[in-house]
Design a protein around this ligand. Sequence first.
Ligand SMILES: [Zn+2]
Length: 332
Amino acid sequence: MAFPTNDVSISDEPKELLFDKHVEYIANHGNDKNDYEYCMTEFLRMSGIYWGVTGLDLMYQLDRVNRQEIVDFIKKCQCPTSGGISACEGHDPHILYTLSAVQILCIYDCLEEIDTDAIGRYVSSLQQLDGSFFGDKWGEVDTRFSFCAVAILSLINKMDVIDLEKAVNFVMSCCNSDGGFGSKPNAESHAGLIYCCVGFLSITDQLHRLDCEKLAWWLCERQLPSGGLNGRPEKLPDVCYSWWVLASLTIMGRLHWISAEKLQKFILSCQDVETGGFSDRTGNMPDIFHTLFGLGALSLLGDKRLRKVNPTFCMPQYVIDRCNVKPKIITL
Ligand SMILES: [Zn+2]
């Protein structure tokens, strides 16, 4: 019996990485402060900067954006009361943007520009009795926030401010019978959340708690005939899932369980030949989020024009080395 597949066709795709176009696409992003898209994305400005800066650094073009402007912006976004960092001046701090800010400052090698003790206190204040984390003071719980917490704390070298054992137990309580993870206990497995939980276990040196065979099987079933990867059964392929799925498989030492060649073809087909940048799938409008995750996935696949990316942090490997952070990877 054949199951209907949600997929796309990619007949006349660009076959090469449009390197220079992507550099221009990212470097010019946000130059026009009146641009509609720029104004509409204020609520995720900090992450937008992280996606752009990381993408440029992976292409050896970090000097294409103004470092001082970005660092000054981050400093203005740290909340003097809670210590957390917001997406944009005047917004409430959130653990997602706090991670983005810390990642950018690590890339620029200037963590001392912000108060990292206050960040440690902020992250610790978000941990709950069951070990889970709120994303902000409004109290939503999600395994994404558990990942953000340990990623931030390992980058600023303050892992001891939280109850790590409880944090690990909470993440493991979100593991499902298919080997995957959801956003909270008993929530459906989803590739983005699997990446967060596998990344969490990589940072906390707990990868032995995974059922790697089962989970890697579920992940490689995400590859569709077009070569693209989806995030859940029956969904369309999407470039950002190339990153979530591939990074998880890489951490588990099982990158070779999917067809790299077909995936590369799919990712290259999502490039915009005119403006540069990657879209979620062939023919759609590019955006900075899918551009970073397209480049990141190509780096994991070994593209020689890009710097090596760290699969746990989605940051250049040389930055992770310089921070002396050692997320674990399974080698078979
Ligand atoms: Zn996507």
